[in-house]
Design a binder for this molecule. Structure first.
Ligand SMILES: C[S@@+](CC[C@H](N)C(=O)[O-])C[C@H]1O[C@@H](n2cnc3c(N)ncnc32)[C@H](O)[C@@H]1O
Length: 246
């Protein structure tokens, strides 16, 4: 397990300082970039006693292995990996769980976008299988715009078993697949709920699909056969939000 990580981007770094400042070891900011968006961040970090170092763009690009750092990189202690026991703690204290299951999403941009959607929709936690899924990388954090530091990600060994476990605790699991008979707008998404999304290439695995309480599709009118998983996630989560608000 890695003991340290890099997180970059203004929103991701700000969220980290807000939610888990104890994880931040030091910040590197772009020399001469004392602009309006970076200054509050620099001030917050300095007030917490976190060292802030000025570096050239070239150094920042190298540290982030990316040019997408927006002039700020945080060196952080790696986040605690959450598992089945942590999920139980969440379920104990949550009256009406609203969860997202991602069955093998491998593209960091997709996981980042799903985290961002989940945060915006008020999802309390995301469940992913430990194997064959992307974890919380720096790119995921950057794309998630702060949501990776706000929404807990539970990495479980056996997804089907975890699904049965949350079902035993009263959570209704709705899987999504283009060929399902019922559509997401007809489904009841109001109670304790987990919405399960499949991977980019294969969709839901057979066992995951068979473990769902129901399956829904998003109606498609055009010529493409499926939506990007993060787009489909946003549609399903916000249909649930619409119903839960009503
Ligand atoms: C890119 S799709 C996977 C396509 C894959 N070839 C398949 O056969 O399922 C990734 C995930 O997004 C969701 N998704 C995409 N389009 C959908 C649709 N029209 N209805 C329901 N879910 C959809 C599903 O969770 C799917 O597993």
């Amino acid at each position: 397990m890695k003991k340290q990580d890099m997180i970059f981007g203004i929103h991701a770094t700000q969220a980290l300082l807000n939610n888990s400042p104890e994880r931040v070891i030091e910040l590197w900011v772009l020399q001469g970039r004392d602009d309006e968006r970076l200054l509050p961040l620099i001030k917050t970090a300095s007030s917490m006693g976190i060292s802030v170092q000025k570096s050239s763009r070239k150094v920042l690009d190298e540290k982030a292995s990316s040019t997408q750092h927006q002039g700020v990189i945080a060196r952080v202690k790696a986040a605690k990996i959450l598992g089945e026991n942590d999920l139980d703690v969440l379920l104990e204290k949550t009256a009406t769980p609203f969860l997202l299951i991602l069955d093998g999403v491998t593209d960091p941009h997709n996981l980042g976008a799903c985290l961002r959607n989940a945060d915006a929709a008020g999802v309390q936690g995301i469940i992913v299988p430990k194997d064959n899924s992307v974890g919380l990388t720096a790119v995921v954090s950057k794309v998630a715009c702060g949501a990776a530091e706000a929404v807990p990600l539970f990495q479980v060994t056996n997804l089907a078993r975890t699904m049965r476990h949350i079902q035993d605790k009263g959570v209704w699991v709705v899987g999504t697949a283009g060929e399902a008979d019922g559509n997401v707008y007809q489904a009841d998404l109001k109670g304790a709920l987990a919405i399960a999304m499949g991977s980019e290439d294969k969709g839901l695995r057979r066992l995951t699909r068979e473990s769902c309480d129901s399956l829904v599709s998003i109606p498609m009118s055009g010529s493409v056969s499926s939506l990007n998983v993060s787009v489909a996630t946003g549609i399903c989560l916000f249909e649930a939000v619409r119903q839960r608000l009503g």
